[in-house]
Design a binder for this molecule. Structure first.
Ligand code: NAP
Length: 316
């Protein structure tokens, strides 16, 4: 099916960056389409309470924050389609064409790429085979399946601390398996303190996972101590991988420039290597990666797209 409407701005992605961009462009009376991706609301919809987003002194649950932000964009007139982008073509001169997995095409005068990141995997042989059968990446989604059971969380960042803390609501014991030393932990002090104060969490440092055990579901993990060279088996029924993320940019490879780790390269402000294509959020930000910084980045991209269109109509 081909959509013939010409949008001023097509926003790819519906996390805090994409939705904030949509609020700004729609409020500026630009005809705005958001192509939400397979996880409308983005990564925050798989998180629990967000305590550091300004304006919510008691915190706000990630899904609620995203639903409210989406409603705000809709109230200003942004349109949404719940599809996944498969390819992009065109230039600002001849307009851009966005094709989705549902075989729909959409045409826009400018694009804002806000496709975020996806979870990184350990790459162990059994990992994908046992996905959904004990191997998980989202405690909010799957913790309830592990009531009174023993699980492990892999990783030493804020996500790992958050996942482990959330899992203690259901699981009886949570191993927190970290490859760094305690002194080198990447997680913020606040999140570490929260996790380590919980007596259901058993932190294990200098440990790598060597093997995931089980045929039909996870039965344990073989771990290796990087300091002592010892190996042992932990009997667990769930393993939550929380080892960071990778930018969702595979479909952009032939369209705009990416850096060596796959993040979208910025040439000036939020402008990418292609005129008329702007970027916002974690897809271009390996450093800050916060909901609030992504939202701010979205506002910046929207302002840049707006002035780009204003200049383009003056020179037409
Ligand atoms: P991250 O900060 O990149 O941490 C990834 C962790 O996984 C590190 O401990 C890393 O160890 C480890 N790791 C990477 N590859 C590994 C492997 N193959 N095997 C074992 N461990 C591996 O990722 P994140 O925790 O997802 O956080 C991403 C961003 O979101 C951060 O900016 C964070 O502050 C933010 N965040 C904030 C909140 C909050 O404020 N509520 C909650 C969640 C996330 P090395 O250090 O050794 O590489």
């Amino acid at each position: 099916m081909t959509q013939t409407d010409l949008y001023d701005v097509i926003i790819l992605g519906s996390g805090p960056a994409g939705l904030t961009a949509a609020i700004y462009t729609a409020r500026a009376k630009l005809k705005t389409l958001v192509i939400s991706g397979f996880t409308p609301g983005g990564q925050l919809t798989t998180t629990t309470k967000v305590e550091n987003f300004p304006g919510f002194p008691e915190g706000i649950y990630g899904p609620e924050l995203m639903n409210r932000t989406m409603d705000q964009a809709k109230n200003f007139g942004a349109s949404f389609v719940f599809e996944n982008v498969s390819s992009l073509s065109g230039t600002a001169k001849e307009n851009f064409t966005v094709t989705t997995d549902s075989n729909n095409t959409y045409t826009g005068r400018t694009l804002i790429i806000a496709t975020g990141v996806s979870p990184r995997w350990l790459g162990l042989p059994n990992e994908q085979k046992l996905r959904g059968r004990g191997v998980c990446v989202c405690a909010t989604c799957d913790a309830a399946f592990f009531k009174d059971q023993t699980v492990a969380v892999i990783g030493g960042g804020d996500t790992a601390m958050e996942e482990a803390t959330f899992l203690t609501k259901f699981a009886s014991k949570v191993y927190l398996v970290v490859r760094e030393d305690k002194s080198e932990l990447r997680a913020s002090k606040y999140m570490q303190d929260l996790a380590f104060a919980n007596d259901k969490i058993i932190p294990m440092f200098n440990i790598e996972v060597q093997e995931i055990l089980g045929e039909k579901s996870v039965e344990g993990i073989k771990i290796h101590n990087l300091k002592t060279d010892d190996t042992e088996t932990l009997d667990i029924s769930g393993m939550f991988v929380a080892i960071g993320s990778m930018p969702n940019t595979t479909f952009l490879m032939d369209f705009i420039e990416l850096d060596e780790r796959g993040h979208v390269k910025i040439t000036n402000n939020t402008q990418t290597s292609k005129p008329g294509v702007f970027v916002a959020g974690d897809v271009s930000d390996p450093r800050y990666r916060q909901a609030i910084t992504a939202a701010g980045f979205g506002a910046m991209a929207a302002i840049d797209a707006e002035s780009y269109l204003a200049n383009a109509s003056q020179t037409e």
